[in-house]
Design a protein around this ligand. Structure first.
Ligand code: GAR
Length: 218
């Protein structure tokens, strides 16, 4: 099997990255994590990746000041040097320019801690509670120039409970993130996802069960 070479881009603790690494440790998984790169040299996830025997790169964005194109050129050089075919953003907290995003069109995934298009941006769990949302969750989508938009590959939902706190809700959503990101990457790496009219089809289907993780009855 020709496993796709994947780079995971992180800025922090890297728990989603760790979930992807774990999934890819199965030789039957159709992708290998060939690189973990961070814009923050002190990102906790870099040590986790190194311990797992994965190559890491730190591209400190502060060295580039306001020169975003230079930062992105450095990032692109690193991705090319490692012959990367797919990119997974996993808590990567830098906006990427339209040019960079277009270079990776339909080959760059992101995970967002909400059921998009609800609650784009930050503080998603607080805002879901404030809005009185009854279900909440996480989304894996292809990256487009607009932030937290782009064709949805997979969503996972959790129930919101009457006595929920932001931390408790965040924990339950994170557990779902760790399930759906490997599943979504698997589908993409297997070539089962196509984008048509701005929507993802999985195995040719517009609302495929493979793209849904529903809250369980408990
Ligand atoms: C995750 O919850 C991810 O969904 C979120 O940051 C966290 C990173 O955690 N991403 C965003 O908010 C992107 N807009 P992790 O480093 O443990 O994976």
């Amino acid at each position: 099997m020709n496993r796709k070479r994947v780079a995971v881009l992180i800025s922090g603790r890297g728990s989603n990255m760790a979930a992807l690494i774990k999934a890819a440790q199965d030789p039957a998984f159709p992708a290998e994590i060939a690189l973990v790169a961070s814009n923050r040299p002190d990102a906790g996830g870099l040590a986790i990746a190194r311990d797992a025997g994965i190559e890491t790169e730190a591209i400190d964005h502060t060295r580039f000041g306001k020169d975003r194109p230079a930062f992105e050129r450095a990032l692109q050089d690193v991705l090319e040097a490692h012959r990367i075919e797919l990119v997974c953003l996993a808590g990567f907290m830098r906006l990427l320019s339209p040019g960079f995003v277009e270079t990776w069109q339909n080959r760059m995934l992101n995970i967002h801690p909400a059921l998009l298009p609800a609650f784009k941006g930050l503080d998603t769990h607080r805002r879901a509670l404030d809005a009185g949302a009854k279900v909440h969750g996480a989304t894996v989508h292809f990256v487009v120039p607009e932030m937290d938009a782009g064709p949805i590959i997979m969503q996972g939902a959790v129930k919101v409970y009457a006595d929920d706190t932001e931390a408790a809700l965040a924990d339950r959503v994170l557990a779902v993130e760790h399930r759906i990101y490997p599943l979504a990457l698997q589908l993409v790496a297997q070539g089962r996802v196509e984008v048509a009219d701005g929507h993802c089809l999985i195995d040719g289907q517009r609302v495929p069960e493979a793209g849904q993780l529903s809250p369980t009855e408990d």
